[in-house]
Design a protein around this ligand. Structure first.
Ligand code: ADP
Ligand code: MG
Ligand code: MG
Length: 870
């Protein structure tokens, strides 16, 4: 079995086997780009290694040694050769890129002997020593698990002793001292020690990369990003090229377009005389890629050609790593660049106009979930002007955030859990901070550039980030930062603008998002492609307006109970509920009627001839009841009775389990006059609005919580009779429909029976359906669902993403039975799931007619629906 592949044998299609890095290094090689030679140990080998109790088994070792010999032949260098040693890097490469999460060791092959050889051969002892001290540190950290800080501290001490600032100022002698210090650290902190034998270094390095798949950072990253744990990582062994040989060498990273705005301009940073992760780690402040044109114009030109070639080949924005050794450029990595939502929309539309991809492909390039960022508020320009600016730094990830400052990731996480808004402030971030960053609303760092850890991670998470605020001194230990003599302590509120890089004192109000031209373009393409209808959940004329602006074709769920909570109305509602008899209840309902009619009139006027699905009263009545004494007294007065009597009635209405109690259509059965009033309000409003305008209003009356077909047939009859009476009286016509909300599992199993009552539509209320299918209380499940996810009993929260296997099966049954009885039955979904992309895909596959979701999720739903079709 092939456990190892040369770069010459691979291609981008082999990601599962070679990991992202290995597959793309192979691909770049294949299209003729300058990639240092090397080979890949497969993910299958990694999994077998785990199976064999973390042993590099004989077959694997043999293949590795074979490939090392090939590499020696190719490069004309030999491992451990004291005159001209072959040096390699050992690089992890998972199938899905996990930036900064796994480990890499550079300069493998150096030892006390070969370092001399390298120095002499290159006539550059300083460089050889610099490479060696880096190897000792990386090997110590990655393979021997010695904290990197120990090495960093030794380096800091040395620089202080010699009074130098930059690591490039270290002389040969200083480097020799440092190497001795590093060896001491290794001797003190590891029983194993640093192996002088290059082969041993390689085998230990490979083992460490394999093992890093299971380190805490990697596990936590996979959890946050919903990635499976059983993929394993590939390992790349690659000939070293050196960016640290002197002024003629450099290392850098670049995006083929701006990852923040999407602008079609190469965006990158580099450091002269540096190696590997120096740029990303924010050790020195890197140069803008444009400056390469001044320093090495020929290399710059070649680089630009390479960028063009890569982007045309991959047909997407790429994130690349390169190194320049003595004026020669080498590519060390490419991958699809992470980008902000704003950039993803801009790049997708630009690539279409450049003729590189087509419109359907463009739809696949924008992640609907990520677009949510663009639908979120940003700061009000006016308010911004009045606030005190603390500092201005790099606008590393767009958006706006206001919150209390926290310095410790764990404390940030706790604050978030308490419901606080959190701004995480750090000197710079590292992968250990990931949970704190995940909890934060915004991130502020005092060091690092646009490609620093904080910036990259924040963009991926869609969080606002301001980076490299060099004017600030961040003191994490004492939980504060300061600028000049102004001190900011933990818990104080600041605001970040990720679009401008400005940091403000205090809280700033935010305003609603504006859709860009490009975003609207994508949405137009989505609307052309999608088959699913997109409706909105909207209860008020204001919601309806927002819904229309975000492209709703109608209202899929208008809940009537929210209308009851208005201050004026609630006391009438209470009278209605607490009335001792039907006559009194009808009196109260008469008072409510004009309110309800007005609500519907205003909504219909907004929605015109678009469908509006109105759900009749659903929640248990106790939700409306008074609790305070004065409220009870007021109701008693209105009902001309005593507070005691009212209290008795309240006690009678008390339910042990109200969510499974007297609610939904059960109320309509017990108190038909309530539904009667609502139907009257709907039909008379519809008749009036239709007669006064040139359009025909189309109300769809929905009966909630049906489980038994007789519930539906009785209430449908009631609805139709009431409507007829209204219409006869007003001598007008309204084209209304009556349907069921399917949310009780029994309704799904009896869907044929329910549909045969001349039913017009089904709408799946998947919140209740999920609750009842699992027997999980929606209001209490939060307490244990997280544990269920941690213990991998369930993958996802079924209240967010539809549970296809269980709830989905029930939905399928209902659709099949419903359509069997009535092939023209209109079917939609109106639970939270209607705005969730994977759930939308499911609805598309089950051939529903529409999904309905909250207004702000409409653009996401439109694109998700289109992607389901593409
Ligand atoms: P990560 O996945 O964390 O980016 P990489 O394996 O890409 O880790 O490597 C870390 C750094 O080392 C990168 O900057 C990369 O370009 C550099 N690097 C890796 N291999 C080599 C090599 N053979 N020669 C020079 N630099 C290398
Ligand atoms: Mg790394
Ligand atoms: Mg890399």
């Amino acid at each position: 079995k092939n456990l190892v592949y040369d770069f010459d044998e691979g291609s981008r299609g082999m990601k599962d086997l070679l990991g992202g890095k290995g597959a793309n290094l192979s691909e770049m090689k294949r299209i003729g780009l300058p990639v240092p030679p090397g080979f890949v140990i497969t993910t299958e080998a990694c999994l077998e290694y785990f199976e064999k109790d973390n042993q590099i088994f004989a077959e694997l070792e043999e293949q590795i040694i074979d490939h090392l010999q090939d590499l020696e032949e190719k490069t004309g260098k030999t491992l451990g050769d004291p005159k001209d040693p072959l040096l390699v890097s050992i690089r992890s490469g998972a199938v899905v890129s996990m930036p900064g999460m796994m480990d890499t060791v550079l300069n493998i092959g150096l030892n006390d002997e070969t370092v001399e050889g390298l120095g002499k051969k290159t006539d550059n002892m300083r460089f050889a020593l610099d490479s060696y001290r880096r190897l000792l540190q990386m090997f110590g950290d990655v393979v021997l698990s010695i904290s990197s800080h120990k090495f960093d501290r030794a380096l800091e001490d040395l620089k202080n002793n010699y009074d130098i600032e930059k690591d490039t100022e270290m002389s040969e002698d200083m480097l020799k001292d440092l190497i001795e210090d590093y060896k001491d650290i290794i001797a003190k902190n590891s029983s194993q020690g640093f192996p002088q034998d290059p082969r041993e270094q390689i085998m230990e390095g490979i083992r460490a990369v394999f093992d890093s798949w299971n380190n805490e950072r990697a596990i936590s990253y996979r959890k946050i990003n919903n990635l499976p744990d059983d993929l394993g990582t590939a390992v790349n062994i690659q000939t070293m090229v050196f960016g640290n040989t002197g002024e003629n060498s450099a290392t850098g990273v670049a995006f083929t377009r701006n990852p923040s705005t999407g602008e079609d301009k190469v965006y990158g940073e580099f450091l002269v005389n540096a190696q590997g992760e120096d740029v990303v780690a924010g050790i020195r402040t890197p140069h803008d890629i444009k400056e390469l044109d001044d320093i090495m114009p020929d290399v710059y030109e070649e680089f630009m050609e390479i960028v063009d070639k890569i982007e045309h080949h991959y047909k997407d924005m790429q994130d690349i790593e390169f190194t320049i050794e003595e004026g020669e450029i080498y590519l060390l990595q490419t991958r699809t660049g992470k980008r902000t939502a704003k950039a993803s929309v801009k790049i997708a539309t630009d690539l279409v106009s450049e003729g590189i991809i087509d419109e359907e492909e463009a739809l696949l390039r924008v992640e609907p979930e990520q677009l949510e960022q663009l639908l979120h508020p940003s700061f009000d320009e006016k308010d911004i002007d009045e606030e005190k600016i603390i500092t201005t730094a790099l606008a590393a990830s767009p958006g706006a955030a206001t919150g209390k400052i926290y310095f410790d990731p764990q404390e940030a996480k706790k604050a978030k859990e308490k419901g606080e808004k959190v701004i995480m402030v750090r000197g710079e971030t590292s992968p250990e901070d990931i949970e704190g960053m995940n909890a934060a609303d915004g991130i502020l760092t005092s060091r690092g550039g646009m490609t620093s850890h904080a910036a990259v991670v924040a963009r991926g998470m869609g969080k606002c980030c301001v980076a490299g605020a060099g004017e600030l001194v961040v003191e994490e230990e004492s939980r504060r930062f300061w600028k000049d003599d102004e001190i900011y302590e933990q818990g104080e509120i600041i605001s970040l603008n990720g679009n401008t890089g400005k940091v403000y004192e205090g809280e700033i109000r935010t305003s609603a998002a504006q859709l860009s031209e490009e975003f609207n373009q994508i949405l137009e393409w989505a609307d052309e492609v999608r088959k699913l209808g997109i409706m909105a959940n909207a209860d008020t004329p204001e919601d309806s307006q927002t819904a229309l602006e975000f492209g709703a074709e109608g209202i899929g769920l208008c809940r009537t109970e929210h209308m009851f909570f208005d201050e004026e109305r609630i006391s009438v509602v209470r009278e209605m509920i607490l009335a001792g008899n039907r006559v009194e209840r009808k009196k109260a309902l008469e008072k409510l009627l004009p309110y309800q009619k007005e609500d519907f009139t205003n909504i219909f006027k907004k929605m015109k001839d678009r469908k509006v699905v109105i759900r009749l009263l659903d929640p248990p009545l106790h939700e409306f009841l008074p609790e305070k004494d004065e409220e009870i007294e007021k109701v008693a007065e209105n009902l001309e009775t005593t507070p005691e009597k009212v209290r008795d009635t309240i006690a009678e209405l008390d339910e042990v389990n109200p969510m499974l109690g007297h609610r939904g259509c059960r109320l309509g059965i017990s108190y038909p006059e309530i539904y009667e009033m609502q139907v009257k309000a709907i039909i008379s409003a519809a008749a009036e609005v239709s007669s006064e305008n040139s359009y025909e209003v189309r109300p769809q009356i929905m009966i909630p919580l049906v489980g038994i077909s007789e519930e539906f047939s009785k209430l449908k009859e009631l609805t139709e009779e009431t409507a007829e009476e209204v219409l006869d009286n007003q001598n007008s016509e309204v084209n209304f429909e009556v349907g069921t909300m399917i949310e009780v599992p029994r309704a799904a199993f009896r869907a044929d029976k329910i549909a045969s009552n001349a039913e017009d539509f089904f709408s799946f209320g998947t919140n209740d359906l999920t609750q009842m299918t699992y027997g999980f209380s929606r209001d209490d499940a939060g307490k244990f669902l997280r544990e269920y996810q941690e213990k991998e009993i369930i993958k996802r929260d079924p209240f967010t993403t539809i549970d296809k296997e269980g709830v989905g099966e029930i939905v399928k049954i209902a659709i099949e039975k419903g359509r069997q009885a009535d092939s023209s039955l209109e079917i939609g979904i109106c639970g939270e799931h209607g705005g969730n992309p994977p759930s939308i895909k499911f609805c598309h596959e089950e051939e529903m007619n529409y999904v309905s979701c909250s207004p702000f999720r409409l653009p996401i739903a439109r694109i998700a629906a289109a992607r389901a079709e593409v």
